[in-house]
Design a protein around this ligand. Structure first.
Ligand code: NAI
Length: 336
């Protein structure tokens, strides 16, 4: 099948071509798919898209008019696709629900360790011949309390790693998972988790209920000096409240792999440009904030799994078969 792949980065091409084995005719476009670019997909039965492509009703209507019948998301999240419009237009939408929870979990723990031991500052210092330890005092993870908000696939992988470090584990989730007690994880209400945790790490999806879950009121419940890690979705945290808590030194450190307005900046080289996002610019001034550009998923294992599942999904769509990874109007949970 002819597939127009949008928002292509070099690694997308590498991993998709490696797994494709000439099954599908893949054409790669670096531009994102949006109402302004749908003409590129004319006469392609399928398009393959990622997290920042915009498949609103207008874009989908244009795609349908151009003969496109299938949308294959090469990610889990689907808040960028109007599923109701897709269903009305007879466009089938598939995604990759789970690829490598460990990839994101390990990145969350990398942020924790780097922040705790000030690795980002130590690296800079030593390169400049400054071998002083002032300001680099950390704490042992062993014996500390880590609160995991959302104990799904990624939250469980984080729990397994932190159990290995000897952390006391708290979790909160509207759908508690059996077996977490084996890791010593105790389910508590969110307020209690916030009050008791030295580290709070977010692994819930972005839904209407979790939008700004961590706001000023939630931060006020956290332990003074606590660490907050967000590798889930930017809007789970109220960025303004976060900045206020950093300015007042209420929070000890913050690690972010996601950011509310990331769609305008993440995945792009803006090093020659003026940064116009004042909240992001302010966050970057704090020595105790570490930001990465939505790279939690970015491992060889995860990219291999994403490519495989995407191509399998396309196989099923082409053969007119049912697909477990198909999305339907009304599905509102939006993982990343
Ligand atoms: P999952 O669906 O396996 O687990 C999510 C868990 O969150 C579920 O157990 C659910 O019951 C729970 N949850 C829902 N509402 C909650 C609430 N109000 N409070 C606490 N828990 C709640 O999803 P998975 O695979 O673990 O992914 C988690 C999130 O990680 C995704 O939704 C996505 O936002 C993010 N993600 C980030 C990536 C990155 O590269 N940084 C890559 C992939 C996912």
């Amino acid at each position: 099948m002819r597939v127009a792949v949008f928002s292509t980065e070099p690694w997308d091409r590498d991993f998709l071509e490696r797994e494709n084995e000439r099954r599908h005719q893949l054409e790669f476009f670096t531009v994102p798919l949006a109402p302004e670019t749908t003409a590129l997909a004319r006469d392609y039965p399928a398009v393959c898209v990622f997290v920042h492509d915009r498949l609103n009703a207008v874009a989908l209507e244009q795609l349908a008019a151009g003969g496109t019948r299938f949308v294959a998301l090469r990610c889990a999240g689907f808040n960028n696709v109007d599923l109701t419009a897709a269903e009305r237009l007879g466009i089938r939408v598939v995604r990759v629900p789970a690829y490598s929870p460990e990839a994101v979990a390990e990145h969350a723990v990398a942020l924790m360790l780097a922040l705790d031991r000030h690795i980002h500052r130590a690296w800079n210092r030593v390169r400049e011949g400054n071998f002083s330890l002032r300001g680099l005092l950390g704490f042992n993870l062993n014996g500390r309390t880590a609160g995991i908000v959302g104990t799904g696939r990624i939250g469980q992988a984080v729990a397994r790693i932190l159990h290995g470090f000897g952390c006391r584990l708290l979790g909160c989730d509207p759908a508690p998972v059996a077996g977490m007690a084996d890791l010593g994880l105790q389910y508590v209400p969110l307020d209690e988790l916030l009050a008791q945790s030295d580290i709070v790490t977010l692994h819930c999806p972005l839904t209407p209920e979790t939008h700004h879950l961590i706001d000023a009121a939630a931060i006020a419940k956290m332990r003074p000096g606590a660490m907050l890690i967000n590798t889930s979705r930017g809007a789970v945290v109220d960025t303004r409240a976060l900045i206020a808590a950093l300015k007042s030194r209420r929070l000890g450190s913050v690690g972010l792999d996601v950011y509310e307005q990331e769609g305008d900046v993440f995945f792009r080289d803006l090093s020659d440009e003026v940064l116009t996002d004042d909240m992001l610019a302010r966050l970057l001034t704090f020595p105790n904030v570490l930001i990465t550009s939505h790279q939690g998923f970015f491992t060889a294992e995860a990219l291999t799994a994403i490519a495989r599942t995407t191509l399998d999904n396309l196989d099923r769509l082409e053969r007119g078969e049912a697909c477990d990874n198909e999305l339907h109007a009304g599905t509102h949970v939006a993982p990343g």
